[in-house]
Design a protein around this ligand. Structure first.
Ligand code: HEC
Length: 267
C-alpha cells in the first residue's frame, strides 16, 4: 500500500465456477479471471473453441437467434470427458518454462537459444566475445530494469506453495509478475470490467519467455490487444500506476533503453 510510485496491486477475486459461494484468487488470463489451470483450460475449451466439459457444460447459445442446434448439442451433455480434460490440464501444468539466456556463467553449449556455429578457432573467439558483450548488456539492463522500478509489478522472483505435483511445490520461479491487477490508465483500457477488475486494470503480464516470442512468430505483438509491435512500444504504452516507471525508461539514453530491452529479451 505504501509503494513509492503508487504501483499498488489488487487481488483478483472470482467465484468458483462449480460453487459460487467459494471465492478464489484469480491468477490466469489477462485479468486473472481463472483461479486454476483447470478453470482456464475449461473456459478456453468452451468460449474459444466451443467444446463443453464438466466445469462449463453448456455452450454460450445465442439469445437473439433461435439457437436450437446449439441447445440440442447442450442436451447431450459435456463433449469432453473429465479424464481428457485432466490430461490437458496435466500437460499444460507441466510444460517447462524456457530457460533464460545470456546470463553470466551460462553454459556455452547445449542451452536453448544458444547459437554456437563456429567452425574455426577465430570464429569461436568472435562468438565468445559477442556472447560476453551480450551478457554484460543483459546484466546492466537488469540493473536498469530494477532501478526504473519495473519490479514494483514485474516481480523478479516468487516461491510456489503447495501443489499436487511434487515438482511444482516450493519452487523459486522467476516469472516477472506479481500476478496482481494494476490500474494502467485510460490509454490501455478496454472498458470491459471483469471480476473485481475495472476496465483499465490488468494483471501484470509475466515476462518469462517473452524473448522467444519471435522464434514462434516473427510478427511479434505485445500487450493484451497486441497493439505494441516491439517491447519498447509496450513499455511506452504503460500509464496509470506504470507511468513513473515509463518516464524513467524514457529518460534513459537510447543505448541504455536498448540494454533494458536486451535484458527483457533474455528472459
Ligand atoms: C504498475 C505496474 C507495472 C509497472 C511498474 C510496469 N509494468 Fe509492465 N506491465 C504491467 C501490466 C499490467 C502489463 C499488461 C498490460 C496490458 O496488456 O495491457 C504490462 C506489460 C508489459 C510488457 C508486455 C508484455 C507482453 O507479454 O505483452 C512489457 C514488455 C513490460 N510490461 C515491461 C515493463 C518495463 C520495462 C517496465 C519498467 C520500465 C514495466 N513494465 C513497468 C504492469 C507494470
Amino acid at each position: 500500500a505504501k509503494d513509492a510510485d503508487g504501483a499498488v496491486g489488487k487481488l483478483q477475486i472470482i467465484a468458483d465456477p462449480l460453487d459460487a459461494t467459494i471465492k478464489r484468487v484469480g491468477r490466469f488470463g489477462w485479468r486473472g479471471t481463472s483461479a486454476t489451470v483447470l478453470q482456464q483450460t475449461s473456459a478456453a475449451l468452451n468460449s474459444d473453441m466451443g467444446v463443453t466439459s464438466a466445469m462449463y457444460p453448456t455452450h454460450g447459445c445465442g439469445l437473439a437467434t433461435d439457437g436450437t442446434a446449439c441447445r440440442t448439442a447442450d442436451a447431450k451433455g459435456a463433449e469432453l470427458s473429465e479424464q481428457d480434460v485432466e490430461l490437458i490440464v496435466r500437460y499444460a501444468s507441466l510444460l517447462a518454462v524456457p530457460a533464460a539466456r545470456h546470463f553470466p556463467g551460462q553454459q556455452p553449449l547445449g542451452t536453448p537459444g544458444d547459437k554456437v556455429t563456429a567452425q574455426t578457432p577465430a570464429q569461436n573467439a568472435a562468438e565468445l566475445a559477442a556472447e560476453n558483450l551480450m551478457q554484460a548488456r543483459v546484466k546492466r539492463g537488469g540493473t536498469l530494469f530494477a532501478a526504473a522500478r519495473c519490479v514494483a509489478c514485474h516481480t523478479a522472483s516468487l516461491t510456489t506453495g503447495e501443489h499436487k505435483f511434487a515438482e511444482l511445490r516450493k519452487q523459486v520461479i522467476r516469472p516477472y509478475t506479481d500476478l496482481l491487477l494494476h490500474d494502467m490508465g485510460p490509454e490501455l483500457a478496454d472498458n470491459y470490467p471483469q471480476g473485481v477488475a475495472t476496465g483499465q486494470e490488468w494483471r501484470t503480464a509475466p515476462l518469462w519467455g517473452i524473448g522467444l516470442l519471435k522464434t514462434i512468430n516473427a510478427n511479434t505483438r505485445y500487450l493484451h490487444d497486441g497493439r505494441a509491435r516491439t517491447i519498447e512500444e509496450a513499455v511506452l504504452w504503460h500509464g496509470g500506476q506504470g507511468e513513473k516507471s515509463r518516464e524513467r525508461f524514457k529518460a534513459l539514453s537510447a543505448d541504455d533503453r536498448q540494454q533494458m530491452v536486451d535484458f527483457i529479451n533474455s528472459l
